[in-house]
Design a protein around this ligand. Structure first.
Ligand code: BGC
Length: 468
């Protein structure tokens, strides 16, 4: 490995910790809900709020994080996100009542939204074209690791709290279990904040602010002296070509020249969520229980879901710059469609008594369907969406554009999670999964017909081809 590759990987790994915090923060609540429900005597709606409020502020944060990062730089916004994560973790842990807890979670939501879009964008702006896909996918990998780490940390705190270890008792791990679950995140958040001091500002952002010589110094570390000079010239040319235009605004996004990239961005943002990933993530134990296997086995299988997600995200990282974005998306969407049809068939062919008791269901088929779905998502829509977001849009409006498509992604995610229990109740499992399958088939056709291959080209080459 050359020193420059090592430098890029180090920077990408540090910045991608934002993904870890985001994944951790979003899923840690799953272990907390049971305890706060009794302690604060919450109604269903209040409980729902304790969970969903974070997604709400995350969505809001997406609107402002992009423009703020265009103005002040990518790094300051990431530092602010790290600080928000730390403060939110601490405040949630000591919250004396329900309202304070929700407020503290909402504060963390701002960090989630900002980290979610700024980290991949920063990495794309600093990485050399030939490994950009892999580097940006680190972020998705970290999201996935963060989700699993939170499950594990919750489980660990719960077990230690029930043990009679003296140190665990002196920390009140049993009595304050949910407070510890929420509070531990302050540690990685503080680490992230300080680690960010060791990464440079995005070179493309520096050039946008006429700080070319600083940018050149960083680019030399990433791609070497000779390539840095050409890359800098290309970025300059792309910016100068638009120098007569004002600072990028949301209206620029809707110019005719942007039609193709915007259409792709929006479609992929919707597709990533409308095929049901977060229904499966947040309701996995419930789905498995409905296949008739019992609660403990259901929790075990939910852990499997996390592992499969992790392993296949690693595969995606290995192949995204070699095979390209298109083949992964085509393969993954086809896989999602097949698995959804399988699930629909599995639930549809179950037999029940007249009073609705389950008589017989092929629970192995259900398990295969769910794991196959998660694997297909993890090699395609999961990481590839973030890679595409970070490379489709021109330098001048990248921040605003990512905010916009990220917002759509987040809002669709919120809606899909919200209606899932209702769909199960009113349409039944079989129909619900069939609907996800149909969306996947539509997505497959769309990808095959419209999605351009973006691997291996500089952001400026892509801009020249896709935008003008
Ligand atoms: C999605 C999240 C999802 C996660 C699962 C991310 O790319 O945006 O909504 O929960 O992947 O791995």
């Amino acid at each position: 490995m050359t020193p420059s590759t090592r430098f890029t990987i180090r920077v990408a790994l540090i910045v991608a910790l934002g993904g870890f915090l985001m994944g951790f923060d979003a899923s840690v609540i799953s272990g907390v809900v049971g305890f706060i429900e009794t302690e604060f005597e919450l109604s269903n709606i209040e409980l729902g709020w304790a969970v969903a409020s974070l997604t709400l502020t995350a969505t809001l944060a997406m609107m402002v994080a992009g423009p703020l990062s265009d103005r002040f730089g990518r790094r300051p916004v990431l530092k602010a996100a790290a600080a928000l994560f730390a403060i939110s973790a601490f405040a949630s842990a000591i919250a004396p009542d329900y309202i304070t807890l929700v407020a503290a979670r909402m504060l963390g939501g701002f960090g989630v939204g900002a980290a979610l879009i700024i980290a991949p964008m920063y990495i794309a702006e600093i990485a050399p074209a030939d490994i950009r896909g892999r580097m940006v996918s680190f972020n998705q990998l970290n999201i996935v690791i963060g989700i699993s780490a939170a499950y594990f940390s919750n489980f660990l705190i719960l077990s230690l709290g029930q043990s009679d270890l003296a140190w665990a008792q002196s920390l009140h791990l049993g009595e304050w279990n949910w407070r510890w679950m929420l509070g531990v995140e302050a540690l990685p958040a503080i680490f992230y904040f300080f680690a960010l001091f060791s990464v440079p500002e995005s070179p493309r952002w520096l050039i946008m602010h006429d700080r070319d010589s600083e940018a050149l110094g960083i680019m030399e570390k990433v791609v070497g002296r000779i390539r840095a000079a050409t890359d800098l010239r290309d970025v300059r040319a792309s910016l100068d070509a638009e120098a007569h235009l004002d600072k990028g605004t949301i209206r620029d996004l809707f110019q005719p020249a942007m039609k193709l990239v915007l259409m792709i961005g929006i479609s992929v943002a919707i597709l990533q969520q409308i095929t049901g990933i977060n229904s499966v993530f947040f309701y996995a134990p419930m789905i498995f229980e409905q296949s008739g296997i019992g609660t403990d086995a259901a929790f075990m299988q939910a852990v499997l879901v996390g592992l499969v997600n992790l392993v296949f995200t690693v595969f995606a990282i290995m192949f995204i710059d070699r095979l390209g974005r298109r083949p992964l998306m085509g393969f993954g969407l086809a896989g999602i469609a097949v698995c959804m049809l399988l699930l629909s068939y599995g639930f549809g062919s179950a037999t029940y008594t007249e009073s609705g008791e389950l008589i017989n269901m092929n629970s192995t088929l259900i398990l295969i369907g769910i794991l196959g779905f998660v694997a297909s998502f993890a090699i395609s829509l999961g990481p590839v969406m973030w890679v595409l977001f970070s490379e489709l849009f021109p330098n001048r409006i990248r921040g605003i554009a990512i905010s916009f498509v990220g917002l759509i992604n987040s809002a669709v995610s919120f809606l899909v999670q919200l209606v899932f229990p209702w769909e199960l109740e009113n349409f039944g499992n079989s129909m619900t999964f069939l609907i996800y399958g149909i969306f996947a088939i539509i997505g497959f056709v769309f990808v095959m017909r419209v999605l351009p291959e973006t691997k291996g080209r500089t952001l400026e080459e892509l801009e020249a081809e896709l935008v003008r």
